[in-house]
Design a protein around this ligand. Structure first.
Ligand code: DGL
Length: 269
C-alpha cells in the first residue's frame, strides 16, 4: 500500500476526462490535478514551448511526492514520445494506451485520430499504432476549435453549433472509411456523446483519458503501489488562472461539486 498521491496535468479542463475515470475506477487513490488555464491551449504551440510548459507542470506536481504522474494531455504526451521527460516518478501519457486500444478495436485497420495540431503534426499516434500494427492506415485531423468548445462548456448533445463544427472535422475521417476514432485530445471525451451521435454507433470512439487511467491501474498493480481499497480518497485541483471559471465547468463535467478543492497556483514562479 502506497499512500502518495497521483499527479495529473493538462492545459485546462481536458484532463478532467481522466479524473472522471479515476473517481469511478480508482476511487481509493488521492489525486493532485493541475490545469494550466492561464496558458491553454497548448496544442497550437511549438514543441519547444509545450516541452517547457510541461516541465514546469511536472516540477509543480513533484512537490507533492507523487507516486505516478499522468500527462492527461495528448499534446504533452506526443512531445514526450519524441523527447521523454527526465523525472524520477513513473510517467504515463495518453498516446500509447490509446493506440493500443484502437489497434484492438479496429476491424478494418482504418483508424482516425482527432487531436490538436501539435499532436497530429508530431505523428505520435500514427507511429505508436503502426508499431503495434504496421498494416494499419491512420488518418489524422487536427480539431483546435473543439478545445474551445469544451473550455466554454458547449458540450451538450443538442448544441447545434457544436454539432456542425464536429461534422466538419469528422467528414474526412468518415470519407476515409475509419471504423475507430481516437479522441486523442483529452478535451474531446467531454464531447463524446455529441461526436458519437454525429459519426454513428458503428464507429468505436477511444477515450484517451480513460485509456491512460487504465494504464495507471495496471502500473499501480505491477509496481505494488496501489492504495488500500478502504481509503477514502481526496482530490485537490490547482489552476494557473481564475478559479471560478474552472470550478463551474469542472463541477458540470465531473458531476460533483469540487469548488472547495480548487486553488490558484502561479506556475511561472
Ligand atoms: N487537452 C490537451 C490535449 O489532450 C490540450 C488541448 C490544448 O491545450 O490545445 O491535447
Amino acid at each position: 500500500m502506497d499512500k502518495r498521491p497521483i499527479g495529473i496535468f493538462d492545459s485546462g479542463l481536458g484532463g478532467l476526462s481522466a479524473v472522471k475515470t479515476f473517481l469511478k475506477h480508482l476511487p481509493q487513490e488521492d489525486i493532485i490535478y493541475f490545469g494550466d488555464t492561464q496558458r491553454v491551449p497548448y496544442g497550437s504551440r511549438s514543441e519547444k514551448t509545450i516541452e517547457a510548459f510541461a516541465e514546469q507542470d511536472i516540477a509543480f506536481l513533484e512537490q507533492f511526492n507523487c507516486k505516478l504522474i499522468i500527462a492527461a494531455c495528448g499534446t504533452v504526451s506526443s512531445v514526450a514520445i519524441k523527447s521523454p521527460f527526465k523525472m524520477k516518478e513513473p510517467f504515463i501519457g495518453v498516446v500509447k494506451p490509446s493506440a493500443a486500444a484502437a489497434v484492438t478495436a479496429t476491424k478494418n485497420n482504418k483508424i482516425g485520430i482527432m487531436a490538436t495540431a501539435a499532436s497530429i503534426s508530431s505523428g505520435s499516434y500514427t507511429k505508436e499504432i503502426q508499431k503495434l500494427k504496421p498494416e494499419a492506415e491512420v488518418f489524422g485531423v487536427s480539431c483546435p476549435v473543439l478545445v474551445t468548445l469544451v473550455e466554454n462548456n458547449w458540450i451538450d448533445e443538442d448544441d447545434y453549433i457544436s454539432r456542425e463544427i464536429i461534422k466538419r472535422y469528422v467528414q474526412p475521417l468518415l470519407a476515409d472509411g475509419v471504423d475507430t476514432i481516437i479522441l486523442g485530445c483529452t478535451h474531446f471525451p467531454h464531447l463524446a456523446p455529441l461526436i458519437q451521435s454525429v459519426v454513428g454507433n458503428d464507429i468505436t470512439l477511444i477515450d484517451s483519458g480513460y485509456e491512460a487511467v487504465m494504464e495507471a491501474k495496471n502500473i499501480l498493480q505491477e509496481m505494488d503501489i496501489a492504495n488500500s481499497n478502504d481509503h477514502i480518497a481526496t482530490a485537490k485541483y490547482y489552476v494557473s488562472d481564475k478559479m471560478q471559471n474552472f470550478s463551474t465547468i469542472a463541477n458540470y463535467l465531473l458531476g460533483t461539486d469540487i469548488s472547495g478543492e480548487v486553488e490558484y497556483k502561479d506556475i511561472t514562479e
